[in-house]
Design a protein around this ligand. Structure first.
Ligand code: FAD
Length: 556
């Protein structure tokens, strides 16, 4: 019993973003030399990402590693556990995590639990976007986008088919909020500054489009600043598609709900978020209340003005996963880093006040303003009631974010990146960004070609849903295939050209298998080897001997 009394009170913070890192940091700062409270931070990655600078990373203005900090370095006084939270055992007061190389399931006990899990990207409502769209949420997204854009320029420079070249040079971003506007602004800078290296691409061949569901971009800012941002981007040639929604995407195009089709190889989707699954789980099973916005429940924790989860003592929520009542008395606080950091401070204070049986303090904060970079040394800013646009706003934007970036060394590195960027061209090194080397799913809209006659195929396909039509020059449509049927098996016959074109008749999802995938499967399961051999024999009887070797092990 005596031993139990001596045990420190365990505060566990889950999530290593703006909310989690700052909550842990504030707790450690307030605890000073106290040893009666322990702080443990759990997060999937061992680094903190400064998301507002991701569009600059995507545009090559800042090196990727300069906008991340190791969490251990940011919060040295807290215990850090790099793990994935799997569920919460509310009865036992344990967080269940999978950790280590073997993904072992471990229990982390807590007395006070702070949820800082943010939201996740979800494109589920838009077929094909998860497979063919690029997100802008994490470091890997920014890194992938930069390399993808440079690859498109490389391919466009040598492309002889005008339609294919146009698609390679069309860059589409969905979402007219901060991240979408900043992404298209920065992309336009990357492309325009790189064109000097691509002699076969004319400036007027490049096209940018911003798709936004509302009537004006940057709805978080005043109407005048939204209009100013729009004018700057339009002057740069960005096409504004307002009151427009993305319906679907394929490897070749973005489909809008109003029927318009944008042929492109680059689609960045900054819209589409969903609650973190752990938050959903807790809301469904843990007795937590959902926050409400305009009278409608939203998938975030309802919290008091003190950041405590409603009706659940010992539980707190901060940042994007919390519905924090706005100190203005109207609605909820916006899901921004600016608010998450201030909420973290109040939450840390109140967690310790609860442990010490002291009165709690409500969250109070008046936002200082907001800034959005438009690339090419231009921005819009609303600060202390002042409206600024152009170079001054851009300079302010850089200064504010530089000061907010955690860690002196990172600040110095970003400042150096920005200084070099003023005098030198952007880096157009293209690193490999292959997202799926193995089995993956593609989505196609009706009429789109999946394989074309004459092309050398190295992939075969299984229809998961939808319908495709097979046609051959001179013979017209020869067959239709539906769910669970296979096509493209000619890819197994050593680089022989396709003898037919396959088009989606209905919206279709297909499983794409490379030749090496199929050979690996055939090698491991004799039943599959028989299946693929029979398929080749029945559909390509004239192929003869190659069939015997086409499934042989060791061939690429
Ligand atoms: C491109 C972009 C630009 C932005 N620009 C601005 C801006 O200019 N100004 C501004 O104020 N805001 C901006 N924001 C918004 C801001 O970044 C978010 O509001 C902020 O990140 C929210 O912080 P958070 O800690 O609540 O969530 P997050 O930052 O999303 O952090 C969630 C954390 O939880 C961890 N996690 C999730 N699930 C698990 C699990 N199961 N197990 C373990 N760990 C888990 C994640 O790894 C992550 O560390 C921008 C966002 C983006 C994407």
């Amino acid at each position: 019993m005596a031993e139990r009394e001596e045990r420190p009170t365990r505060v566990v913070v889950i999530g290593g973003g703006f909310a989690g890192v700052n909550t842990a940091k504030q707790l450690i700062a307030r605890l000073g030399r106290r040893r009666d409270v322990s702080v443990e931070l759990l997060s999937e990655e061992n680094y903190f990402v400064f998301q507002p600078l991701l569009p600059e990373v995507a545009a090559g203005g800042i090196a990727a590693t300069h906008v991340v900090n190791p969490i251990r370095e940011l919060v040295p006084g807290a215990r850090f556990r790099c793990c994935r939270v799997v569920s919460i055992d509310h009865a036992a007061k344990d967080v269940l995590v999978s950790q280590g190389a073997g993904l072992e399931l471990v229990r982390v006990p807590y007395d006070q639990l702070v949820f800082c899990l943010g939201k996740i990207t979800s494109f589920a409502a838009m077929p094909g976007v998860a497979e063919h769209g690029l997100a802008m949420k994490d470091l890997s997204d920014a890194f992938r986008l930069r390399n993808h854009v440079v690859r498109c320029l490389e391919l466009a420079d040598i492309e002889r088919d005008p339609a294919a070249k146009a698609a390679l040079l069309t860059f589409v971003v969905a979402g007219g909020g901060f991240s979408g506007v900043e992404t298209i602004g920065e992309l336009s800078e990357l492309v325009s500054r790189s064109l000097a290296y691509f002699p076969h691409i004319a400036r007027d061949e490049v096209r940018f489009a911003l798709v936004h569901a509302g009537p004006r971009i940057l709805p978080e800012m005043s109407e005048a600043l939204g209009a100013a941002a729009r004018a700057v981007l339009e002057r740069r040639g960005v096409q504004m598609l307002l009151d427009a929604r993305v319906r679907a995407a394929s490897p070749n195009a973005v489909y809008l709900a109003d029927g318009r089709v944008l042929e492109t190889r680059t689609f960045v989707c900054t819209v589409g978020t969903a609650p973190n699954p752990i938050v959903e789980q807790a809301l469904a099973q843990g007795g937590f209340r959902r926050a409400e916005l305009n009278g409608r429940p939203i998938p975030a924790f309802a919290v008091t003005a003190e950041l405590a989860c409603l009706d659940r003592p010992g539980y707190w929520a901060v940042g994007d996963c919390a519905g924090v009542p706005s100190p203005s008395g109207k609605g909820l606080c916006p899901p921004t880093a600016q608010f998450a950091m201030r909420e973290a401070k109040t939450c840390a204070r109140n967690v310790l006040a609860t442990i010490d049986r002291q009165p709690l303090q409500p969250f109070a904060f008046r936002p200082l303003g907001s800034l959005a970079s438009l690339g090419q040394r231009s921005a819009v800013a609303e600060l202390f009631g002042l409206h600024l646009t152009g170079f001054i706003a851009w300079f302010l934007w850089r200064t504010v974010y530089l000061l907010k970036l955690p860690g002196f060394v990172r600040r110095l590195r970003v400042a150096l990146d920005w200084t070099l960027d003023l005098f030198f061209p952007r880096d157009i090194t293209q690193l490999s960004v292959l997202r799926h080397e193995h089995l993956h799913i593609h989505h196609y809209e009706p009429g789109e070609a999946i394989v074309r006659q004459g092309q050398v195929g190295r992939e075969m396909y299984v229809i998961l849903q939808g319908e495709v039509e097979i046609s051959a020059a001179g013979a017209g449509a020869v067959a239709r295939l539906g769910a669970r049927e296979v096509f493209g098996e000619r890819a197994l016959l050593e680089d022989t050209p396709r003898n037919a074109t396959v088009r989606a008749v209905r919206a279709s999802d297909v499983l794409v298998m490379s030749r090496s995938d199929v050979r690996a499967m055939a090698k491991s399961l004799p039943v599959l080897e028989d299946y693929f051999s029979d398929l080749l024999r029945s559909r390509h009887p004239q192929a003869g001997a190659p069939i015997e070797t086409s499934l042989a092990v060791g061939q690429p």
